[in-house]
Design a protein around this ligand. Sequence first.
Ligand code: SAM
Length: 328
Amino acid sequence: MSIVPVEKLFTIFSETADILAEELSCTYLEALAETGENMFHGDILQDELSELSIKRIKKIYNELKLADYSREEIRKAFQLAILKGMQQNIQPNHQMTPDSIGMFIGYLVSKFIDQTSYRLLDPAVGTGNLLSAVLNHQTDKNVQSLGSEIDEVLLKLAYVNANLQMHEVEFFNQDSLEPLFIDPVDAVICDLPIGYYPNDLRASDYEIHAESGHTYAHHLFIEQSAKHTKQGGYLFFLIPNGLFESEQAKHLHEFIKNHLYIQGVIQLPLSMFKNKQAAKSILILQKQSDQVKPPKQALLVDLPKLSDGQAMSRILKQIDGWVAENKK
Ligand code: SAM
């Protein structure tokens, strides 16, 4: 993929978002969702703009033919624009899933899921960057996807992101730990939000809840995801490396033992993160069923730097071999 179209499209998103943010007195991220919506509809939908701004925005849009861009080019350009907005307004719990992780999870989903048609849920969909990176990897598959997110602005960005990339996604703007009114899915992907869940009453509905005080939201997300997955379905979580070592880990171990099989843990290279405490892994689980057996041995991998082509291709071969052996 050439970098030039991505930069050009990023500039279009960014310049028009700047104009809209100023005119509408809103944040850059809100304006980005507005401009994305305009670009999708091929029209200017905000009626409170000045003549001059309409003229400036139209001129910029005229340089654009969305149909000339691939889905990945659109995703990357939109991602750059979101990153710009997030730098202006840092919220640690709203971080977008980085590109390389999204693409790697996309690769794993395509390896583990054989069905040509299936349902996929991201219960913390955020900006939709992870979901669309995964969807863009599922070539020749018919994926019905669903995304849930508590933050209204992020969800709007996810919705615009999906529209621009022509992905049909059903979105829910809600606390995903409240009841989710969806049919069971074949697979879940989730970059887990980390921290305590403040609603103890709701948490008490979950098997995994702490005896006293707040329960970890990331644990509840695992249980909620498992609940909405079909038997034999797969779950791919981006987890903190210390997930199984916290003071609440006992409940998580128990929940996993009773309902899920650990398929694998893939530790991401430390160089991807600010420090050791921030480092993450990908946890792959399968929901138990009479029809499936646990793997003989879980796939345990330390991923090298993604830029190390040789080491990466050795590891991908190892993963392919494990999948072929264990999914016969
Ligand atoms: N994968 C996303 C992306 O690519 O943009 C980023 C996910 S981010 C690490 C975690 C997300 O979980 C945040 O967007 C946050 O707003 C959301 N979140 C946190 N608690 C939530 C809850 N109870 N219900 C729904 N979403 C929640």
